[in-house]
Design a protein around this ligand. Structure first.
Ligand code: RB5
Length: 148
């Protein structure tokens, strides 16, 4: 199984660390693209290498963190091939896999606590894409990238 890409700015650092410990506990490999110390940094800089690793096929998916989850999801969705979902509820975490084949989950360290975050991560990692009519929509989503 490929590793998961992790990345956070300072606003998401503590939550990334909590999720990272959870991944250790369940034996899930990951590559941590930082921040590694929680110092102030800019979420687009943190999102880019983690998302590049997903697009390159080096990582299975990305778990991304900032204060709200919003800035890092906006950054991730600028990268062709990334389908990032910022969410704080279990229905969205499940259905963004089932219907959107999301390959990045974005969480807000100032929005969700570690218990909920771990529940959302587990749902995201364990829910398959349903394909079928949803694949047609993903294809149209991908076609939007060609508009530049
Ligand atoms: C950083 O203070 C904060 O703006 C950032 O983590 C994030 O919430 C942006 O969307």
């Amino acid at each position: 199984m490929k590793p998961i890409a992790l990345a956070a700015d300072h606003g998401g650092f503590e939550l990334k660390e909590a999720v990272r410990k959870h991944l250790d506990e369940i034996g899930q490999a990951y590559t941590d693209f930082g921040t590694l110390d929680g110092a102030s940094c800019d979420y687009p800089d943190m999102a880019a290498p983690a998302c590049d690793a997903v697009v390159a096929g080096d990582c299975r998916c990305a778990l991304l963190f900032c204060g709200t989850g919003v800035g890092i999801s906006m950054s991730a969705n600028k990268i062709h091939g990334i389908r990032a979902c910022c969410c704080s509820d279990s229905f969205s975490a499940e259905y963004t896999r089932r219907h959107n084949d999301a390959n990045a989950l974005c969480l807000g360290g100032r929005v969700v606590g570690p218990g909920l975050a771990i529940q959302l991560v587990d749902l995201f990692l364990n829910t398959p894409f349903e394909g079928g009519r949803h694949q047609r929509r993903i294809d149209k989503l991908t076609a939007l990238e060609a508009r530049g």
